[in-house]
Design a protein around this ligand. Structure first.
Ligand SMILES: NC(=O)c1ccc[n+]([C@@H]2O[C@H](COP(=O)([O-])OP(=O)(O)OC[C@H]3O[C@@H](n4cnc5c(N)ncnc54)[C@H](OP(=O)(O)O)[C@@H]3O)[C@@H](O)[C@H]2O)c1
Length: 269
């Protein structure tokens, strides 16, 4: 049996749906409610049971400080070892993402898996095109961005979900493999051009001031600033072939996905 964690989230839900469309039996776990599987809260190790699970798709449970995320992933991997899971598919972070504030917990988890008794596949996911688009601002009808002239090899979340479903469906083909799942480079200018609007640059200082005033969780401004500076300075732009290899087709148009996300934040004038 395949179990997909984070099934209440967007990636986990999409992986489950795709597995079901492929005719593969799979269940999803989440910490609150799930129609198709058990309740599993990585913050509560006693709640974790992977009995009867052959393939575990461990969707990263980020969005917290490193010590919290590392403890969550440790609890999940220890339970997988204890309960006899055969193979773990972990959704990690693109190789170029080492400068990002949330990279450490991903690399820690990869190392923990490599040193474990488990068979594994690591999916080094690029940043979502949806996320890229959501990080633009609007000044009236003008798009604003702190990405400068940098590009992001952005990926549609749906493509990453499909790649995970492909691997989880036939894990024996992907044992010990690490895939770098990035798309083609997309710039802020590409998005502005697709929208047909002007683009204004925002400095990292001004973006930090804006984020600090936005009432975010304490770890979030640093996390977001690390995305802006990494893209701005060309550390997340490299494309690769692993995504095409797993999908056996061209990836979705990341400019279009990012443009739709940016457009969703456009104020009604
Ligand atoms: N590549 C990217 O651009 C990108 C962007 C954002 C995030 N991420 C990472 O990729 C993961 C999946 O992305 P997504 O789009 O599906 O994010 P999402 O929609 O926010 O879903 C996150 C999932 O993680 C679960 N989770 C959080 N804490 C947990 C815990 N303690 N125990 C068990 N489950 C827990 C959430 O459960 P609840 O519904 O109960 O909270 C939810 O199902 C994220 O968690 C994050 O680590 C990647």
């Amino acid at each position: 049996m395949i179990l997909v964690t984070g099934a209440s989230g967007q990636l986990g839900h999409a992986i489950l749906t795709l597995l079901s469309e492929r005719g593969t039996a799979a269940r999803g776990s989440s910490r609150s409610s799930s129609a198709r599987g058990p309740l599993v809260d990585f913050d509560d190790p006693a709640s974790i049971s992977f009995e009867g699970v052959a393939t575990l798709v461990l969707v990263s449970a980020g969005e917290a400080e490193d010590d919290v995320v590392v403890a969550r992933h440790e609890a999940a991997i220890a339970a997988a070892e204890r309960d006899g899971v055969a193979h773990v598919v972990y959704t990690s972070l693109a190789s170029e993402g080492d400068h990002l504030a949330f990279a450490l917990a991903h690399r820690w988890t990869e190392r923990r898996l490599r040193e474990s008794s488990l068979s594994w596949t690591i999916l080094r996911n690029g940043l979502y095109a949806e996320l890229f688009g959501s990080l633009f601002g609007w000044d009236g009808s003008r798009l604003t961005s702190a990405f400068g002239g940098g590009a992001l090899a952005a990926v549609a979340r749906a493509d990453l979900a499909e790649a995970a479903a492909v691997v989880a469906d036939r894990p024996e083909r992907h044992v010990g493999r690490t895939y770098d799942l990035v798309g083609e480079p997309v710039t802020a200018n590409d998005v502005a051009t697709r929208l047909g609007v002007d683009l204004a640059d925002v400095s990292l200082h001004d973006k930090r001031v804006e984020l600090d005033a936005a009432g975010l969780k304490p770890f979030q401004p640093a996390m977001l600033l690390s995305i802006f500076t990494s893209v701005r300075h060309g550390f997340l732009s490299a494309s690769g072939s692993d995504l095409r290899l797993l999908l056996e087709r061209e990836p979705r148009d990341a400019v279009q996905v990012a443009t739709e996300a940016a457009s969703a934040g456009r104020p009604n004038l």
